[in-house]
Design a protein around this ligand. Sequence first.
Ligand SMILES: CC(C)(COP(=O)(O)OP(=O)(O)OC[C@H]1O[C@@H](n2cnc3c(N)ncnc32)[C@H](O)[C@@H]1OP(=O)(O)O)[C@@H](O)C(=O)NCCC(=O)NCCS
Length: 202
Amino acid sequence: MDFEHLEVLPLHKYPHYLMPCCELINNEWPRSEKARIMSLEASCDELPTSLILINKEKLLCGHCKLTPIPIMPNSCFLETVVIRKSMRGKRLGTFLMQKVEDYCKNVLKLETIHLSTKGQEDFYAKLGYEVCAPVSIYGSSINYISLRNSSNKTTSVPIRNIDNSVATIDKNTAPPPPPMPKPQNIINTLQSNRTYMFKYLI
Ligand SMILES: CC(C)(COP(=O)(O)OP(=O)(O)OC[C@H]1O[C@@H](n2cnc3c(N)ncnc32)[C@H](O)[C@@H]1OP(=O)(O)O)[C@@H](O)C(=O)NCCC(=O)NCCS
């Protein structure tokens, strides 16, 4: 594989890849074309951003989407990571993830990336992602605290009990009100059968 000529580009700056991108993603996760296109058209310089992997022949080889996490402005949620079926196992996924991390760190100035997966845990673990508590892109995160790391940057990490369950924090305050009911038409990122992972962008 000729990695030198591979490019990772923001989809909204190359709109002629919109339809091929829709086909690539729908080939993996079928959904109405209209809904998919609308989601891809939301890509912008801020978040959400769809990044596409293009090879020397200008063929679309992969895609991923970065979504904001309202409660964590220094992070984003990585979704819809996909490499063209015929091109898998050639380290294109690794290349895409490295470029996406560079983009998050250097262009978006983010400090961490969060994601959820079911079945691709080993792929992400090889790239340095660690299992963490679930994160919602619609509401608040569950039991996260703010810490300062060695470079004095603020970041959020889950608090865990010794049995690896998420700890509760006694702040000597009244318990928070119950969460608002979830809108039925929104597919929340909080799905208990998925593994949530994160990585510091250092
Ligand atoms: C997951 C995906 C993006 C990986 O892309 P890829 O180009 O095939 O991956 P790479 O060739 O860069 O693989 C890097 C390493 O991860 C491993 N790996 C890749 N997919 C894996 C999987 N599903 N399970 C375990 N290991 C995996 C590879 O064997 C390789 O290991 P090595 O470094 O020991 O050789 C690709 O398989 C894909 O598009 N899958 C379908 C969509 C999907 O499930 N996306 C993830 C949504 S959370």
